[in-house]
Ligand binder design. Structure first.
Ligand SMILES: [Zn+2]
Ligand SMILES: [Zn+2]
Length: 342
């Protein structure tokens, strides 16, 4: 499904091609999971702070763009820093300014802003500005750098495809007994509610960097990252890039062993757990199930994080003149019928 030779290459210069080829893995890795690279339409060089690049759109590409799941993205890849630069001053396509309002959704918090560990790249969608045959991109940046201007044909990845990619990865073993975080000596409650969606977790996931028992919901983190272009754990603030996400086997078992109405469990230091006493009498009360975990008797838990504080910290602006950014509340329009097994 990928090709790199079908576009017009008349405007390629060989040193740009070799510069991108050397960094291609980094370039494609920074792409993030929501768009799949289909073709490189154009590679040009930005000299110091300015660039004007002409490129050709073939009729074959135009045909693909009609299908709506294909888009044309433009990225400014900084060759020294090996990451994408923002279009921070001017971006014109075919003599018209391009709407880069997507950038205003970027978190303004210093801890996350421009930190490549948290952020995937910010491609600008120029599909609607594209015209048949000859096109021109004119860009001006505030700072001088050695940049490649890359026009990419990409295809949208569906939520279903991303979900199935994560749930087919090896499941994460329980973090109980790892002992590299706080040791919990008393029984503690573990929430079954996703801190992003405030609803009961359907597919419990964590990142490779996470060392805590609670999880967040896979669909919620995908919606959240799609909205904010950022991959951060809502529980421990670690970077959780897409490829670090794994379904958690312990929490999968807990969710399967509890009812839809259960929003938390009681966990003992030895790793056994039981349902919390319901606040109100359930219609059909059932005895609590108990399960034993066959690992050593230490429970690791990160300190509680306040969900609202977390969201506020992401939305906190360090530039008072910036416009308000949209609410990061994830949209949950798709329904997943996937079940997980341990
Ligand atoms: Zn975490
Ligand atoms: Zn992993």
């Amino acid at each position: 499904s990928s090709s790199s030779s079908s576009s017009s290459s008349s405007s390629y210069r060989s040193n740009e091609i070799s510069a991108l080829r050397q960094e291609l893995n980094v370039f494609l890795d920074k792409q993030g999971p929501f768009y799949e690279h289909v073709d490189t339409i154009y590679i040009g060089r930005g000299s110091s702070t300015h660039s004007t690049n002409d490129f050709t759109i073939t009729s074959k590409t135009l045909e693909l763009l009609k299908s709506k799941d294909h888009l044309v993205h433009v990225r400014a890849f900084n060759l020294q820093q090996k990451r994408d630069d923002e279009w921070d001053y001017l971006l014109n396509v075919n003599h018209k300014p391009v709407d880069s309002s997507e950038h205003s959704k970027k978190p303004k918090t210093k801890a996350f802003k421009n930190n490549p560990k948290y952020c995937s790249c910010l491609p600008v969608n120029i599909t609607t500005a594209i015209q048949p045959s000859l096109n021109q991109i004119k860009a001006v940046w505030k700072t001088s750098a050695d940049r490649l201007v890359v026009v990419q044909l990409v295809r949208k990845c569906t939520q279903e495809k991303l979900i199935s990619e994560v749930i087919t990865r090896p499941k994460r073993a329980s973090s109980i007994g790892k002992g590299n975080n706080d040791v919990v000596e008393l029984s503690s409650e573990v929430s079954l509610v996703c801190p992003l969606s405030y609803t009961r977790i359907k597919i419990p996931v964590k990142g490779d960097n996470c060392h805590h028992v609670p999880c967040f919901d896979l669909e919620s983190i995908l919606n959240y990252a799609r909205e904010l272009h950022m991959w951060v754990c809502p529980i421990c603030n670690s970077p959780v890039p897409f490829k670090s996400l794994h379904v958690d086997s312990f929490m999968s078992g807990v969710l399967q062993g509890t009812d839809e109405g259960d929003i938390r469990i009681q966990m003992k230091p030895d790793g056994s757990w039981g349902k919390c006493e319901p606040i109100q009498e359930a219609e059909n009360p059932r005895p609590s199930k108990r399960r034993r975990i066959e690992t050593s008797a230490v429970v690791t838990l990160d300190s509680d994080s306040d969900d609202d504080d977390f969201l506020n910290s992401l939305l906190e602006e360090d530039n008072p003149s910036s416009p308000n950014i949209d609410s990061p509340t994830p949209t949950t329009t798709t329904t997943t019928t996937t079940t997980t097994t341990t």
